[in-house]
Design a binder for this molecule. Structure first.
Ligand SMILES: [Zn+2]
Length: 462
């Protein structure tokens, strides 16, 4: 039985129509859809995933979603072939697929979108999304246009033929590059209009390429946007954008207001993960609204009990109601979130939350000539992610001109050579940024969780 056949694949138009109706029906309509879809997904996982059959073996057959035990990435990755519901998709097949950079954004088994996360974010992950999930993500992106629609934005978008540039981490089937490439492969119009620029390239090169491409839409990490705003304010960059889409990190309200002022366009934030794209979209009041008809996010404490509104959760459990080939049910996502105690002034019936611990603080390093060079933490994290023998890696800034690289090697890989390779990668990246003299030390201590939050941060600025 193939995963996507179970769900069927309704048309994009019918999913968009349902999103519209769900919002119009308000909280009751959203809750009803969530209940129907979660019951259906639980039934599907019970019948088609050997992993969940084992994991839920002691649960009542009619147990509801919230009575089922949570799962971790480690558990799921260790049981990959039993977890997926299409026997054609195996761990070995997915590993071979992602080892080939020419296949970024192409279809696995002629139907599936694949993306990966690296050990820099904890356990490496491999995620497979079926055609129904892909259609839901595309439909949800239209909800974003609903919240942020303006005549000026639509006109700017049309005038530039929908030109879009994504400045994201490249070279490893990461979700940002993978999804942009996936959309480029849809048709000739998108393939001409969409461009991926590597966030690992030197800032001056990114600025020159952006000026040349003159996009209407910019997709970017907040830390990179903060650097680009400095370039635009100084007149070295002259972008006239319809809107800016953020993701991957959080941005302080002050930095965001400054960027909005400099670029003169709407900036919106998306809470997305490789496990589920477009989990939440922010509104003009700066709150992330969860797409609760397709995504369930449960804030929980350290012993996985629900966290009350107003309190910072230890982690959040994700259920992706759209994807059946690789069912994700009560999955420990690792982010700390807060659910506000008051309703959002925008009036949206979609529940809102704030995500903590997605630090997008720019890491500043000092060059020999005294220049201060800003580095987006995501670019360094992606550089580490290309060290495939590293299970986890971390960069800690110890002085304005020195970094320590901590590495935990994959089982069977040699720690010293993996560490030396990671150090060489980081050095090469810094040389490209004009930071030849920054000291990069290979540390013998392993990567560490934050003592305050207990969370793993791949990049720790001074
Ligand atoms: Zn709102």
């Amino acid at each position: 039985m193939r995963g996507s056949d179970v769900a069927g694949t309704p048309s994009l138009a019918s999913i968009v129509w349902d999103l519209f109706r769900a919002r119009r029906e308000g909280v009751a309509g959203l809750v009803r859809r969530q209940q129907l879809r979660s019951a259906s997904l639980v039934t599907h996982a019970r019948s088609a995933s050997r992993f969940y059959q084992r994991h839920w073996r002691d649960c009542a057959p009619d147990a509801s979603l919230r009575d089922l035990p949570p799962v971790t990435k480690q558990q799921l990755m260790a049981a990959f072939d039993d977890w997926l519901t299409d026997p054609r998709v195996t761990r070995a097949g997915v590993e071979a697929f992602i080892a080939d950079p020419t296949r970024i954004g192409s279809k696995l088994c002629d139907e599936y979108f694949v993306c990966s996360t690296s050990g820099t974010t904890g356990e490496p992950g491999r995620f497979v999304h079926d055609p129904h999930a892909v259609a839901v993500y595309r439909a949800l992106s239209m909800r974003l246009f609903g919240a942020w629609w303006s005549v000026a934005g639509a006109w700017a978008l049309a005038r530039k033929g929908g030109r879009l540039v994504a400045v994201v981490g490249t070279g490893g089937h990461f979700a940002g590059e993978g999804w942009t490439e996936w959309e480029r492969r849809r048709d000739g119009v998108r393939s001409r209009a969409y461009t991926v620029l590597s966030v690992q390239r030197p800032l001056a090169e990114i600025v020159a390429a952006l000026d040349d491409l003159d996009p209407a839409v910019l997709i970017v990490y907040p830390s990179m946007l903060a650097l680009l705003a400095e370039e635009q304010a100084a007149g070295r960059l002259r972008l006239r954008l319809a809107f800016i889409e953020l993701g991957g990190e959080s941005m302080s309200p002050i930095t965001r207001a400054r960027a909005a002022d400099v670029f003169g366009c709407a900036i919106y934030d998306i809470y997305s993960a490789s496990e589920a794209l477009l989990m939440a979209i922010d509104c003009p009041h700066g709150r992330l609204h969860v797409n609760s008809d397709w995504m369930i996010l449960e804030p929980v404490d350290a012993v996985l009990h629900p966290t009350p509104p107003g309190e910072l959760s230890h982690t959040v459990l994700l259920t992706n109601l759209a994807n059946r080939v690789q069912p994700i049910l009560r999955y420990d996502l690792g982010d700390s979130v807060v659910v506000p105690t008051d309703p959002c002034p925008c009036g949206s019936p979609l529940p809102s939350l704030r995500v903590a611990g997605r630090s997008g603080d720019v890491l500043y390093l000092v060059a020999t000539d005294g220049r201060r060079v800003g580095i987006p933490p995501s670019a360094l994290a992606i550089t580490l992610a290309t060290v495939s023998a590293a299970r986890r890696a971390q960069i800690v800034q110890t002085t304005p001109a020195s970094l320590r690289v901590r590495v935990e090697a994959e089982p069977g890989a040699d720690v010293e050579s993996t560490r030396a390779f990671a150090v060489a990668k980081v050095r090469a990246y810094l040389v490209e940024q004009g930071l030849r003299d920054v000291e990069v030390v290979g540390a013998t201590e392993p990567p560490e969780q934050s003592a305050q939050s207990g969370k793993f941060r791949p990049i720790v600025p001074l």
